[in-house]
Design a protein around this ligand. Sequence first.
Ligand code: 5GP
Length: 191
Amino acid sequence: MKRMEEMILKEGKILPGGVLKVGSFLNQQVDTAFMKEIGEEIADLYKEDGVTKILTIESSGIPIAISAGFAMGVPVVYAKKNKSSNVSGDVYTTPVKSFTHGDTNNVVVAKEFLKPEEKILIVDDFLAHGSALTGLISIVEESGAALAGCVAAIEKGFQMGGDRLRASGYRVDSLAIVDEMTDDGITFREQ
Ligand code: 5GP
């Protein structure tokens, strides 16, 4: 998505540790007009796939998932980060290592919101090492629902999570893939 690349170049800030900050339009402040375009782009990518529900993870995946949900006319479910390992039996749960904080949280989704007859699209803001998407995939697989694919607004290709998931056979679409980011600039993968 050309406009995602332009927004990253205009607004993105590179932080130590391979972190890209996009707080002015995606993460903290949300550019709602651009968010609408993101949702429409995701809907267009999956228009032939019979998606019945979108799954994301709190908190920064939620605006993107909601926008895509509006565009596709489907509900959105978000996995909650639950610090306690003491969770009841009516939820799916899996550990996810936080890229930004380094700690591991159990993420949980109530079983009533993921049924075997559904077709799920997983959406998140960033794809780095792939821990968040891998956790969400394992929840979908445990539920027996079909997985249409995964979408990240921004993939950092140099952290390899996306390519590992593709090599395992999952469909992964990213609206922009950053292959390199240094003080000299940002290089995007041709797609
Ligand atoms: P992963 O699990 O793929 O290693 O990391 C993805 C998760 O970490 C996303 O849910 C996202 O919230 C966060 N994340 C990873 N890299 C970045 C980054 O460069 N910037 C921001 N703002 N969040 C990131």
